[in-house]
Write a protein that binds this ligand. Structure first.
Ligand code: SF4
Length: 497
């Protein structure tokens, strides 16, 4: 049945295992391919990245090269991405485009394909102190589990979403919703999710490059540091204006008079007592429960973390400043005769200090990193000896990019890549209903290295042959290194070093 002729009026797409029959004028199940007058076409335009400053020179000789007029890209050096390039299936077929061009006088080859990633997911970094869930809490979209909460990093919360466990290891609905979630996140669209179960549930809207929305409230600032670090950074500003400072933080609450910074600045003891687990002098853990209040705790009144002041040390009139790690919440207090802190008008110097802390906080954003395994069958579209591609990547002879963006290749076996979706061209990702994500991936290397690893050298085409009126031309992302740079390769670094 697999090789049966298509029904009349339909053509068969063979770009993925679904093998859709597509009627004239209709599109396939993934919205990527269509039947236009009996011809299978990839709907999204193929994308190249143009860089100025270097002229394109073909290295192939013969009729292809002599046709070329040298003006196609008008002095810009392009990089052929896999965005819109299409997919070949089964994997032993050569990748859709294997392109030759010169870079810096070196004959280079770029193999591009839109890989079908059954093993993939995203890591999400959310710049916030607010509590979004406990480690290992399940993240759900439309009631389906799509991932879980990982660790808290410095000023950020981390999520791990997707993975084969959710794409194929659960119910059909779980796989479909997970795939849709990954697709939207990777294409920089917002996704609403819930974390945790009844009794400790958080709603979250995540969009790459945008601030998170937590329980309906948009986050603004990423904390300047933990409470202890904030004491260390700003201790000098408080001298002479206040007797003690407490920086409230869910992880490490700092106390100026006890902290090493205060000691070195001769801040005298104040008899302050903090309800928390003392770690080292001036540094306290677990002063409150995690939450969406001050410094990622659940408190809105900072005085609840204070015990009674030591009457042998404290004094009436002692001035106390309490502030959160983003400088958004703060309070000023003076001890009364009973050594109880009483709110008092904030001195201008402390108002300025709070402003400086806020100014030192970076904007809160969500970062989405696509992570996928390209060490499997995808390699067969590059070479008949897949493991040679893996070795070539590990030996820094082959550079891996995704939509032209630099991909981090994990150490160890396989080719497991991770890439920031904000560095990739818009709309880089697609899906197939197996379910799996479709992501662009490019392998660039010297022509001689491509031949050495058993590449499909007969399939190499010069760049100008694949450029059409429909080719989408985009500029490189900010700060994105050139995938064709010789610095990506060991052979050049060896020469230079
Ligand atoms: S899902 Fe898309 S890629 Fe797969 S066969 Fe159908 S149209 Fe082709």
């Amino acid at each position: 049945m697999e090789n049966a002729s298509p029904p009349p009026g339909k053509i068969r797409c063979d770009a993925c295992p679904v093998m859709c029959y597509i009627a004239d004028g209709r599109i396939g199940a993934c919205d990527r391919y269509a039947n236009h007058d009996g011809v299978l076409v990839r709907l999204d335009p193929h994308t190249i990245i143009e860089r100025t400053g270097q002229k394109l020179v073909p290295f192939l000789t013969g009729p292809d090269a002599s046709d070329w007029d040298g003006d196609i890209v008008q002095g810009a050096r392009p990089f052929v991405t896999a965005v819109g390039a299409g997919t070949t299936y089964p994997d032993y077929k050569p990748a859709p485009f294997i392109i030759s061009q010169q870079a810096g006088g070196v004959d280079m080859v770029t193999v591009v394909t839109e890989g079908i990633f059954s093993y993939c997911g995203v890591k999400v970094k959310i710049d916030t102190d607010r509590h979004i869930g406990e480690e290992r809490d399940i993240v759900r979209v439309k009631d389906e589990p799509v991932g879980h909460v990982m660790t808290s990093e410095y000023g950020s919360r981390m999520l791990s979403l997707g993975g084969v466990e959710h794409l194929t290891g659960g119910s059909k609905a779980e796989g479909r919703i997970t795939c849709g979630t990954l697709l939207r996140l990777c294409n920089r669209e917002p996704v609403e999710m819930t974390i945790g179960d009844d009794g400790h549930q958080t709603t979250l809207v995540v969009q790459a490059g945008q601030p998170p929305v937590i329980n309906g409230e948009q986050e603004r600032l990423m904390r300047v540091g933990c409470g202890s670090a904030t004491i260390g950074m700003f201790a000098k500003q408080w001298l002479g204006h206040v007797d003690d400072v407490v920086v409230v933080d869910d992880h490490i609450t700092g106390v100026l008079s006890e902290h090493q910074a205060g000691k070195l600045l001769d801040v005298p003891p104040t008899g302050i007592r903090i309800k928390g687990r003392r770690s080292t002098p001036g540094r306290y853990f677990q002063v409150a429960r995690p939450g969406t209040g001050w410094g990622g705790t659940d408190i809105s009144d900072p005085l609840v973390i204070l015990g009674d002041f030591n009457p042998a040390v404290a004094w009436e009139g002692l001035r106390l400043f309490m502030i959160s790690t983003t400088g958004e919440q703060f309070g000023y207090y003076v001890l009364d005769a009973a050594l109880r802190p009483r709110p008092a008008p904030l001195p201008e110097a402390l108002e300025r200090s709070a402003r400086i802390i806020r100014d030192n906080c970076e904007p809160s954003v969500c970062s989405v990193l696509f992570m996928g395994g390209a060490g499997g069958s995808l390699r067969a579209g590059v070479t008949e000896n897949p493991v040679k591609l893996t070795r070539s990547v590990k030996n820094a002879l082959t550079h891996v990019s995704c939509g032209g963006a630099e991909a981090y290749v994990w150490p160890g076996g396989g080719i497991t890549v991770m890439v920031d979706v904000m560095q990739m061209p818009e709309g880089s990702f697609g899906y197939v209903p197996t379910p799996a994500l479709v992501a662009p991936i490019e392998f660039t290397m010297r022509a001689e290295d491509y031949a050495a690893l058993g590449g499909y050298v007969d399939e190499i085409r010069p760049l100008h042959q694949i450029l059409t009126d429909r080719t989408r031309r985009v500029g490189p992302a900010d700060r994105e290194p050139d995938p064709m740079s010789p610095w990506n390769y060991r052979w050049f670094r060896g020469q230079a070093g």
